[in-house]
Write a protein that binds this ligand. Sequence first.
Ligand SMILES: [Zn+2]
Length: 323
Amino acid sequence: MYMLQPTSSELKGDLTATESLVRQNTLGETVRVDGIGLHKGTPVTLVMHPAPAGHGIVFRRVDLVDALGVAKATVAARFDTVTETTMCTTIGNDHGASIATIEHLMAAIAGLAIDNLLIEIDGPEVPMMDGSSAAFVDALSKVGLKSLDAPRYAIRILKPVKVEDGEKITALVPADTFSVDVAIDFTCEAIGQQRANMPLMNGQFCAELSRARTFGFRKDVDMLQSIGLALGGSLDNAIVIDEDDSIMNEDGLRFDDEFVRHKALDAVGDLALAGAPILGRFEGNRPGHDMNNRVLHALFADESAYELVPVTDELGLRLPGLC
Ligand SMILES: [Zn+2]
């Protein structure tokens, strides 16, 4: 089992060049975001607080604290707390506290290189905002980051790790920078075949991916709403494709290949559950939340496939960073 915080003996020698080490960080101050949840369509408030080094990204269901107590209402955002991957990524614990649709928020957190946060949420799903990470990036970058007194670590991929399920493939491959290479293939003409192959170093997540919205088909949205799901889903928080293959949103697309960019954004958010930035390339063919999570399980099941390395100034430039 991997440990996010290496013991001092594992890092012996590495910490001598302290002047070039990047420190962990958190938010400069508490920030609040209001929106609506996709499935229930009800208002949700996130209150994101600064947290100490080694804390990681942790959610707390404040609406359950009275019933469960603080500890049982709290869930760390990690690959091994994922409980559900259909349509979105959900984390949870054995006490009935769960948080759904964390991926776009997690992508913003990873894209801005934030290590430690306590996220209070007053309902079971993260608000949809506009269906992308843009509102979270705006809110988090507005208050800025605070440096903490502990070194930051990255997970360096040492050998390829791959999971396959029919045509769906996800893999993590050794590389000098964090990058994604995602391909999708839809029979509908509005999407078709698309590929996003790009490094996501300092600032590039915000420019290239953060504004790419989730998407769905009108017939699926109608079906979901008929069974009481996606009640908050609308043209304000998703690209919707009509029966005739046309895009229903009045303003059209934000990028010609917005669909695959969103899939790459999802991958960044799901990979953020590794607990530290990944130094390597993510490859996905028709990836989804399930396959994204499975590749992390495969990675951490093989101790020879990765190592934790302290992030130096030079290495930090090859990872996502402030926009
Ligand atoms: Zn998504």
